[in-house]
Design a protein around this ligand. Structure first.
Ligand SMILES: [Zn+2]
Length: 351
């Protein structure tokens, strides 16, 4: 979907006015109006409608992209946590009936839950407001954190949780189990799901032909993951004062290798470090492209170890003094356990 979106589409859905100052607006040389897309319900529904009738056999249809989005935030802050330009995974779904759309909705929510679990992030799915996207049903995926800007109410007795925005002011009794009390915490929104019904498909005439070959307006959902915000939020909740801790799957590199300082007593091991870097990356399928060599060998190992800690590599391997001994050993530091091990080459490959 294009970043540059025609105002005409947004006027048809009445969101040109509804979005207010959140929308980045601009004009071309002929004075035609555009916005920088903060989301793409209009564009994708129009695209689908322009293709003519879909068959009911082609549904459900789930279309997604990962692109830059733009939002004129009143208070951009905390770097990638709340920026005016960010990456989002957005998906739009088309179904034959309300029932089918609900099933798609549940399926995607379950996929989001699994995704956050695999990242090792303790995410909660909360009932949410549909805001300016609209629709009938909505959930947010929230990462509990002190710097979070959303306020959540979580029940102590059942699985109920909600964004404060969706609740009566001052409500402390759980509306689901009626016995638990709701406690408030702060959260960072990292995902958002909406069951839209026919709000957009009706306006843009996105239809499919049913088994009797009659055109029927499609039921829609939309689903977003804040890709760049997940990076920042994960670091925010997992890190300590002096070191970044990445979820293993998100760490830019799994392993950092430190060759000795140039000109030191073991300076001749620089080649060994380079060779180790190449062979780890090629011998172990999961490490392809995941091993980096800190070849700033004008710096001491101590200085580079400190930097490696700050950058949060899950594993750091030092090729130093102990690698020059008769039984060469590599010093391996594991960030997650805080352990330091001295391993032979075989031991290292096993690890
Ligand atoms: Zn409850």
């Amino acid at each position: 979907m294009p970043s540059l979106c025609a105002a005409e589409l947004w006027r048809r859905s009445e969101r040109w006015d509804l979005m207010g100052r959140d929308l980045f607006r601009l004009k071309d040389r002929h004075d035609a109006e555009y916005c920088l897309g903060p989301t793409h319900e209009e564009a994708i529904t129009e695209l689908l409608a322009s293709q003519g009738h879909l068959s009911h056999k082609q549904l459900p249809l789930l279309l997604y992209q990962v692109t830059r989005k733009f939002r004129d935030e009143p208070r951009p802050r905390f770097g990638l946590l709340r920026g005016r330009e960010f990456y989002m995974k957005d998906m739009y779904t088309f179904d034959t009936s309300e029932e089918a759309a609900h099933l798609t909705y549940q399926t995607v929510c379950q996929a989001y839950t699994r995704l956050f679990a695999r990242l090792g992030l303790n995410c909660v799915q909360v009932q949410a407001d549909t805001g300016n996207i609209g629709g009938k049903l909505s959930h947010e995926f929230q990462l509990p954190a002190e710097v979070g800007e959303d306020r959540l109410l979580v029940c102590g007795d059942c699985a109920f949780s909600a964004n404060v925005e969706t609740m009566e002011p001052g409500q402390t009794d759980c509306p689901q189990c009626h016995k638990g009390t709701l406690t408030e915490s702060k959260g960072i929104e990292v995902g958002h799901t909406f069951y839209l019904g026919t709000k957009y498909s009706h306006i843009f005439n996105a239809t499919f032909s049913n088994p009797q070959s009659k055109p029927v307006v499609a039921e829609m959902g939309c689903f977003g993951l804040g890709v760049t915000r997940i990076l920042a939020a994960a670091i925010e909740v997992l890190s300590t004062e002096d070191a970044i801790h990445w979820p293993g799957l998100l760490a830019p590199y799994q392993v950092c290798i430190l060759p000795p300082k140039r000109g030191s007593k073991v300076g001749h091991l620089e080649g060994l470090a380079e060779e180790l870097c190449r062979s780890l990356g090629s011998a172990i399928p999961g490490l392809r492209g995941e091993v980096v060599l800190d070849d700033r060998t004008q710096l001491t190992i101590g200085k580079r170890l400190k930097d490696a800690g700050c950058l949060g590599y899950p594993y750091v391997i030092v090729v130093g003094q102990s690698a020059a001994e008769d039984l060469p050993r590599f010093e391996v530091r594991c960030q997650q356990s805080g352990e330091t091990m001295f391993l032979s080459r075989e031991g290292l490959m096993d690890l």
